[in-house]
Design a protein around this ligand. Sequence first.
Ligand code: OAD
Length: 248
Amino acid sequence: MEDLIRRAAAIIKGYPPVIALTGAGISAESGIATFRGKDGIWSRYNPEEYATIHAFMENPARVWKMLKEFAQITMEAQPNLAHIALAELEAMGHLSVVITQNIDSLHQRAGSQQVIELHGNNRWLICLKCGKRHRVSQSLIEEIPPRCRCGGILRPDVVFFHESLPHDAYQQAVEKSQQCGCMLVIGTSVQIFPASLMPVLARQHNAIIIEINPEESRLTYEVSDIFIKGKASEILHRIVEEIKRLSP
Ligand code: OAD
């Protein structure tokens, strides 16, 4: 492990620009459940009934039951050492952008400035009738489905299944992936397209892929150059410490 941490730190210093692709696992230690696996969100909520745009349009109140639970958890959650380590790497000039599949805003709250949100975020709600944007708050989601003053139903600014990704976020993510010298892939099972494409694009353009996850993924043997098995907070914290040690 020590050797892998040292190698990762040396690569991050030596192969700029370095970017990160993150998934639900980076927020697990902030108390936010991941999607897949035994206790994952999709084990309690069938995505066909709760996560598609059709399900939302058909029965917003039902889908809001899950969204409200998630919104409340994310409003209370705090960034953990992994989010903080990425913000620190950016501040040190060793990380140019975080591409995240997460909607919880914890990267920004940890201090990351450059964040591409591939699946949107749940900070903002949009009125389906008049298009007005509302900052989410406990009081706004007291009654579900929440409504705009105009009477329209509010939806979160997230990407439901069967919806396209925000165009600019997708384009930027592709460009950054094609241009990076190293990509850190942290806390994602890499099962959802097109986020799953990013490490492949990076690899095709000769970037070094460093994967950090307690479990192996479909990338581990096919795409990743270095796989560091473990929790994001511990591993990233140790990498940052090693980079500081190497820096004059
Ligand atoms: P998943 O739930 O599929 O995967 C979470 C990953 O995090 C798994 O590989 C875990 O092993 C890993 N993990 C768990 N704890 C960790 C820790 N402490 N440190 C590091 N890794 C840890 O979540 P995603 O890959 O993010 O999309 O899922 C991608 C997308 O699928 C989500 O954005 C969401 C979902 O359906 C939409 O809703 C559109």
